[in-house]
Write a protein that binds this ligand. Structure first.
Ligand SMILES: *Cc1c(COP(=O)(O)O)cnc(C)c1O
Length: 386
């Protein structure tokens, strides 16, 4: 065997032995939360399309109109000829929604974090980051070359201790966290983190991938508290509640202008397709026109959690931790037999020993289905977990 294939095969075998091998499954999503896999239809509790905007008629119409007018591809990096006029409108709309001076749209959320962080921090700088922050915040932190210090999940005292111990030796400091934690659904204490960062002349960046569109009337986690948090770097994605694809940073005008010169993932990557940008604008129109719409997903998550006997969720994400990877896979298979698609989440996406079912809710899930699923999970999964 070629050494390359021997390497790949050995790696795959090792992953399979730990129930950590992953394979792609074709999944056709139709208008709502019903998906088709392997010739069977399921009710999905695993999509991040919280408001079902990926299939909303107004969003589709906006995308179709943009294709007719501008074509499917943007043709080049935004700095060359890929900066079609729809970008200006989307960035204005995002800045307004987030209460920021300006916004900058990137190819995806992952590209936003891996572009923004290295543009702001380098070898002379330090980063403190929550241990459960998303993989792409860690990727950006590592790519920056800054000294990275990890604080215990949502532990303000630990973050403060790390800043106090190391801040003096560095030119700049960044504090990185998810606003809504993607695998746990809890919120970061953003107002307190904002004060802590400011006191140490550190720059707080919060990843609102799971907050925009669903918290605080759609404005996201920065606004989900009694007082708006002081978050000078608000990033997020257009691929979850916004229903399409792309990422963004909302910040001051000068920071946004700097990204256009220095964020490598913006400079050296092709601009988003025009229909994708048009779809995001249409989705924001819908969210702003009906602030009550944003409350739907969390209300459904609460209904589920109460029925199972789990703590009240703060977001549309509810984890059901079962422990070992094999147990999570078995639980997912059992639910699939009952017609529910609930994907198992395993290490390294979550810490070892905390493999789980991660459920997400949308207004398109009926109360009856949520109750039936909750009863199955309570009686057949949690009932057997020690
Ligand atoms: C999904 C996600 C991302 C990545 O966004 P994409 O647009 O899918 O690349 C970033 N951060 C968090 C917290 C996420 O959940």
């Amino acid at each position: 065997m070629h050494s390359l294939d021997a390497f790949a095969t050995a790696k795959l075998d090792a992953l399979a032995a730990e129930s950590l091998r992953r394979d792609l499954v074709y999944t056709a999503r139709d208008a709502g939360v019903v998906v088709e896999r392997g010739g069977r239809r399921y009710l999905s509790f695993s999509c991040n399309d919280y408001l079902n905007l990926s299939h909303h008629p107004a969003v589709l119409a906006a995308a179709q109109e943009a294709i007719a007018r501008y074509g499917i591809g943007s043709g080049a990096s935004r700095l060359v000829t890929g900066n079609h006029p729809l970008y200006g409108e989307l960035e204005e709309r995002l800045a307004r929604l987030k209460g920021a001076e300006a916004a900058c749209v990137f190819g995806s959320g992952y590209l936003t974090n891996t572009g923004v962080i290295p543009a702001l921090a380098g070898a002379d700088d330090m980063i403190v980051i929550d241990e459960l922050a998303h993989a792409c915040l860690f990727a950006g932190a590592r790519m920056s070359g800054a000294a990275v210090h990890v604080f215990r999940h949502n532990d303000l005292a630990h973050a403060e201790e790390l800043l106090a111990a190391h801040r003096g030796g560095h030119r700049h400091a960044l504090v990185l966290t998810d606003g809504v934690f993607s695998m746990d659904g809890d919120l970061a204490p953003l107002p307190a983190l904002g004060r802590l960062a400011k006191a140490q002349d550190a720059w707080l960046m919060a990843d609102d991938a799971h907050g925009i569109g669903v918290l605080a009337g759609g404005r996201g986690s920065t606004y989900a508290f009694d007082e708006p948090a002081d978050v000078p770097l608000q990033m997020g994605t257009l691929s979850k509640a916004i229903g399409g694809y792309g990422g963004y940073l909302c910040a001051s005008r000068s920071v946004v202008d700097l990204m256009k010169s220095r964020a490598r993932t913006l400079v050296y990557s092709t601009g988003l397709p025009p229909p994708v940008v048009a779809a995001a604008i249409a989705a924001i129109d819908l969210i702003e026109a009906d602030p009550g719409m944003a409350e739907g997903p969390v209300a459904k998550a609460r209904l589920f959690a109460r029925r199972v006997g789990l703590p009240d969720p703060q977001s549309p994400i509810v984890p059901v931790v079962v422990g070992e990877s094999e147990a999570a896979l078995a639980a997912s298979r059992m639910l699939a037999e009952a017609g529910y698609l609930v994907v198992a989440i395993r290490p390294p996406t979550v810490p070892p020993g905390t493999a789980r079912l991660r459920l997400t809710f949308t207004p398109a899930h009926s109360d009856e289905d949520i109750e039936r699923l909750a009863d199955l999970i309570r009686d057949r999964i949690l009932g057997t977990v020690s």
